[in-house]
Write a protein that binds this ligand. Structure first.
Ligand code: ADP
Length: 452
């Protein structure tokens, strides 16, 4: 990149220098053109003046030369002999007859030539005309004093070149530094040490913002994948553990029966009912695992709004036997429309009321309050200690103290409820204090809330 920029810049410098030289050339050409026209007019006037004047040639040449600074006037014969020269030179370097302007006059034309002067190396314009059959008049004027021009323009070009070179070096060095800083920033972004990269060149900002956004998303996805993998691993370990205990028990009792170690019908009966009980327990765990899988993986279906009270009533009817066993009163208050399929709402309320009864106090109450898309299930049972509260929605999590009270739980009920609420775009949270009861609060999305 740096080399490429340098190449581009060098090309730029070269073009600038060529253009500067072309501009100088144009200015010189204009000056020559101007001087030629001026000298043409002077030659006409000088020829006429020489023919009409009676002055001697030397004083004539001095007078004419005085008209314009740098003008040189020379009178010479066809033979090349110098008769008068405004610079008082009797001889000129080289043979004047070989000069193109003199040769042209001798051929009967007006002689013009632009060439380097043999005396002072300046670019000089020569014009010559015939005064009489033997006498030739030559005017010459330096157009460009080459040495001075070379010095002035050469120095100017050198300065221009140096300035451009220094600007180029600084510019490219700064660009290279900016570029490497930009790459460092991008590396920091990739390593997660920064959230946003400020673009060195503003036009790159949208692309860098898009990269920052993608990197953030990838990181979040990565974290989510790790979390899910971790949850899955825990889930498998917990599920295996949940099934291993009843299976071990089943195997033990089956062996007792097989070895004929049960002495009488009563003992055999105990073995068989334990085996059946443990099998029921395993079935319950497997049923709940399947329910949880369905709740987590089933796609969202658009559901119509329906009254929650009707479903809550049916759940209470189904759970009345358990509630009566513990003399717990089931109380329904208010009603609210909720956007959920009836079987989902039934499963949610069933799990919550089942828990409230199981962990409820004998002779206590379970209250279901329904209002404006919010359903609250409250009991005055054993409650949940603050340490356990954040974990109760995790699969297979059970508060140890409650195990003795309700050994029949699988530890999956609240996970199923949470997964269902998530599918319905709702939320669930719990409030509790050990000993004072538990409040589970569900927020459902309602039409009213969505339009707000
Ligand atoms: P389980 O099938 O064991 O009830 P849940 O997922 O439904 O599993 O509940 C997880 C744990 O949360 C339960 O083991 C229990 O300790 C606690 N819990 C749930 N609901 C209540 C409640 N109403 N009162 C007290 N503890 C509760």
């Amino acid at each position: 990149m740096k080399r490429r920029l340098q190449r581009i810049y060098w090309r730029g410098i070269l073009i600038t220098l060529v253009m500067a030289m072309a501009a100088i050339g144009m200015a010189a050409w204009l000056k020559i053109d101007d001087t030629r026209a001026h000298l043409d007019a002077m030659l006409d006037a000088a020829l006429k003046w020489t023919r009409d004047s009676g002055d001697d040639l030397q004083s004539l040449s001095d007078t004419i030369a005085g008209i314009s600074p740098g003008l040189r006037v020379t009178y010479l014969l066809d033979s090349g002999l110098i008769l008068a020269d405004s610079e008082q030179k009797e001889e000129l370097p080289g043979d004047p007859l070989e000069d193109a302007e003199i040769a042209a006059v001798r051929r009967g034309e007006i002689g013009k030539q632009l060439r380097m002067s043999a005396e002072d190396a300046s670019l000089t314009l020569y014009l010559a005309g015939r005064v009489s059959p033997q006498l030739i008049l030559r005017l010459s004027i330096p157009v460009i004093e080459t040495a001075r021009v070379l010095m002035v323009y050469g120095t100017a070009l050198l300065l221009l070149f140096l300035t451009l070179y220094l600007v180029q070096r600084r510019g490219i060095a700064r660009l290279a530094a900016d570029q490497s800083r930009q790459f460092d920033d991008i590396r920091l972004l990739m390593d997660g040490e920064t959230d946003r990269v400020q673009a060195v060149f503003p036009e790159f900002q949208p692309s860098l913002d898009a990269i920052s956004y993608r990197v953030r998303r990838l990181k979040e996805d990565h974290r989510e994948v790790l979390r899910t993998l971790n949850l899955r691993a825990n889930f498998v370990a917990n599920a295996s553990h949940e099934l291993r205990s009843p299976l071990t028990s089943v195997r033990g009792y089956a062996e007792i029966l097989k070895e004929g170690m049960a002495d009488n019908d009563e003992e055999r009966e105990t073995c068989l009912s334990t085996i059946i009980g443990e099998c029921d327990r395993m079935l319950a765990v497997i049923e709940d695992i399947l329910r949880l899988g369905r709740a987590e993986n089933a796609g969202k279906k658009p559901a119509k709004e329906q009254s929650a009270r009707q479903t809550a009533k049916e759940v209470c009817r189904a759970l009345r036997p358990q509630a009566e066993k513990k003399d717990i009163a089931l109380i329904l208050e208010g009603d609210t429309p909720v956007k959920a399929e009836e079987k989902d709402l039934w499963e949610i309320l069933y799990n919550l009321l089942d828990n409230a009864i199981r962990y409820g106090k004998t002779g206590g109450e379970v209250r279901v309050r329904m209002e404006k898309g919010v359903i609250e299930v409250r009991d005055n049972g054993i409650g949940i200690a603050p340490d356990h509260l954040p974990h109760i929605f995790e699969p297979f999590y059970r508060v140890d103290d409650t195990r003795d009270v309700a050994p029949e739980g699988t530890g999956l009920g609240l996970s199923i409820v949470q997964a269902l609420m998530k599918r319905l775009d709702g939320t669930i949270h719990a409030e509790s204090d050990a000993g004072t009861g538990t409040r589970i609060i569900l927020h459902f999305p309602t039409e009213e809330r969505k339009t707000k």
